[in-house]
Design a binder for this molecule. Structure first.
Ligand SMILES: *[C@@H]1O[C@H](CO)[C@@H](O)[C@H](O)[C@H]1NC(C)=O
Ligand SMILES: *[C@@H]1O[C@H](CO)[C@@H](O)[C@H](O)[C@H]1NC(C)=O
Ligand SMILES: *[C@@H]1O[C@H](CO)[C@@H](O)[C@H](O)[C@H]1NC(C)=O
Ligand SMILES: *[C@@H]1O[C@H](CO)[C@@H](O)[C@H](O)[C@H]1NC(C)=O
Ligand SMILES: *[C@@H]1O[C@H](CO)[C@@H](O)[C@H](O)[C@H]1NC(C)=O
Ligand SMILES: *[C@@H]1O[C@H](CO)[C@@H](O)[C@H](O)[C@H]1NC(C)=O
Ligand SMILES: *[C@@H]1O[C@H](CO)[C@@H](O)[C@H](O)[C@H]1NC(C)=O
Ligand SMILES: *[C@@H]1O[C@H](CO)[C@@H](O)[C@H](O)[C@H]1NC(C)=O
Ligand SMILES: *[C@@H]1O[C@H](CO)[C@@H](O)[C@H](O)[C@H]1NC(C)=O
Length: 443
């Protein structure tokens, strides 16, 4: 669906950055997965369409991985009835080889969101909770630690596919606990449009850095919003009045009409309407803070007036983020001429900070009595290290030839031969893989 809008249209988005333009992409109401996206239900023996989300989940082996064993997770259905992809896992009982890699199909030089989801649920009846490592291509990106057997955890990254690469590897390896890695599901988004999260002039992915999704919050919501509301299948977690992020005590607001999110051409990463149609509000001051430390990243705060009795003078508030920028006065009604408008405040060039507290206070000059309101928040953290380079082309090609000649024996050679360090299949020269492509010394 394509929509072009002008300033007189009642439904629009105003972003503080950039002008109104013609736009595309109303998040999907379609039974088709978005082009280029791949949803993998690890350990599932068949592909299927989930009746709740309409997502088409594919089974993982042998199409995307040649290693591991599948298992049922009997408790998943009762714990997360809407997440069918958690009812099976693939696990990797062999301690050799050192890495177990999925090959995710991509087009070169495109940005993607890649999410791995883990629901342990005592699938193996073990008594100690597992931990292991997750890598993307040649870089270890996460320590996956299961702290609560009956809660899922996920790790999501923004990544850029390599020039000429037709796959991105997602690998699991043992850590010093030597526990058995497992995985429930993988969601590879469709390629992200230009300016998704970061505009081109601040595109950290092109500087060989990944970003990690830290928080994505649906204030006032009562359910996890994802696909098909969000065509990139981002998880938007509901945060109610007892949120650990916000200290308020009033009743959440819900929109009586449909909020429309229309892209303004500056940035594409807006939350879907289902997220913006709920908000938390209070009559006095609001504080939003993060429960743990963060570093440099992208902070998005999203505002849409939802009170049907609102007018241009009923709500104004002032946002202060001492660590990041000067204060901003916000009138979510005024900006686009009425209800159904979304005001987006985005900081994509946060200085490095260890702690962020956002203070949202009624604006002293306002004549109205409605207090601050906030609909959604996102924080994506830039990973500090540059991503590793893969094994040099000549060596990797020779290895591929050996591999195809001995396919049956070497089926477990998945991912890159040398990286992530220290999980090679072969003997590699020791180099700093962020500087030089590793080379193979011996097979
Ligand atoms: C775990 O224990 C249950 C109940 O005793 C049993 O039915 C199931 O087969 C066991 N699963 C595994 C993987 O050992
Ligand atoms: C994993 O944990 C180790 C030890 O605490 C730490 O040094 C490393 O940076 C962590 N890796 C990631 C990707 O978070
Ligand atoms: C573990 O997760 C479940 C949700 O599945 C939650 O109800 C429970 O409180 C959590 N336990 C702990 C100790 O956090
Ligand atoms: C990509 O492939 C083309 C044609 O095979 C080659 O000329 C080019 O050097 C490759 N680029 C990179 C960055 O590997
Ligand atoms: C929020 O917490 C308070 C105090 O613990 C409790 O009385 C109230 O019921 C909670 N509200 C909701 C909606 O969970
Ligand atoms: C939230 O915290 C701020 C600052 O600590 C405080 O001024 C305000 O009264 C608190 N609001 C509520 C509703 O607890
Ligand atoms: C919002 O949109 C949904 C789906 O199109 C529709 O069913 C509902 O009636 C709409 N609500 C309002 C208040 O317009
Ligand atoms: C609405 O309020 C803003 C101040 O927040 C003011 O600048 C603007 O002129 C007002 N618009 C109308 C139509 O009154
Ligand atoms: C309040 O409004 C007056 C008149 O419009 C203006 O001069 C003053 O700077 C405003 N105060 C603040 C804190 O912005």
């Amino acid at each position: 669906m394509e929509i072009c809008i002008g300033p007189s249209t009642a439904m629009m988005v105003i972003a503080v950055l950039g002008a109104l333009l013609c736009s595309v992409s109303v998040p999907g109401v379609s039974a088709q997965n978005p082009a280029g996206s791949v949803f993998i239900d690890c350990g599932s023996t068949a592909s299927y369409v989930d009746p709740v989300t309409n997502m088409r989940w594919e089974s993982d082996a042998p199409k995307y991985i040649t290693q591991g064993v599948n298992a049922l997770v009997p408790s998943a259905k009762a714990t997360y009835p809407d997440l069918s992809e958690l009812t099976t896992v693939r696990y990797f009982p062999d301690s050799l080889p050192y890495k177990n890699c999925y090959s995710l199909p991509v087009t070169p030089n495109n940005a993607y969101l890649i999410r791995a989801t883990f629901f342990y649920g005592y699938y193996d009846n073990a008594t100690t909770l597992p931990s292991f490592q997750m890598a993307i291509d040649g870089t270890i990106v996460a320590n996956v630690t299961i702290e609560n057997a009956t809660a899922f955890v996920y790790h999501e990254f923004g990544v850029l596919s390599r020039p000429n690469a037709s796959v991105i590897f997602l690998c699991l390896s043992r850590d010093s606990s030597n526990s058995v890695p497992f995985i429930s599901a993988i969601s590879l988004s469709s390629p992200l449009p230009a300016n998704f999260y970061w505009p081109n002039d601040a595109n950290f992915l092109k500087e060989r850095k990944y970003f990690r999704t830290k928080y994505r919050l649906n204030f006032g919501g009562d359910r996890l919003v994802r696909f098909p509301d969000d065509s990139f299948d981002r998880y938007w977690f509901p945060e109610g009045v007892n949120s650990t992020f916000v200290n308020i005590s009033t009743t959440p607001l819900q929109s009586l009409s449909n909020v429309s999110v229309i892209n303004d051409g500056a940035l594409w990463s807006y939350p879907p309407p289902a997220v913006l149609e709920t908000a938390l509000t209070t009559t006095n001051s609001m504080r939003i803070s993060f429960p743990d430390t963060i570093s440099e990243g992208y902070l998005g705060l999203y505002f849409a007036e939802l009170d049907p009795t609102a007018n241009n003078y009923s709500r104004q508030f002032e946002i202060k983020i001492p660590q990041a920028l000067e204060s901003q006065v916000m009138n979510p009604y005024n900006l686009a001429g009425g209800l159904d408008t979304v005001y987006v405040l985005i900081f994509y060039d946060l200085l490095e900070v260890n702690y962020v507290e956002m203070m949202i206070d009624p604006y002293s000059n306002t004549s109205g009595s409605s207090g601050p309101l906030v609909n959604a928040l996102e924080f994506c953290e830039l990973m500090q290290n540059e991503v590793a380079l893969l094994t040099n082309d000549q060596d990797a090609l020779s290895i591929e030839e050996i591999k195809s000649a001995y396919m049956d024996q070497l089926a477990e050679w998945t991912g890159d031969p040398c990286v992530p360090y220290p999980h090679p299949w072969v003997t590699c020269g020791i180099v700093d893989a962020t500087v030089t492509n590793p080379s193979i010394l011996a097979v």
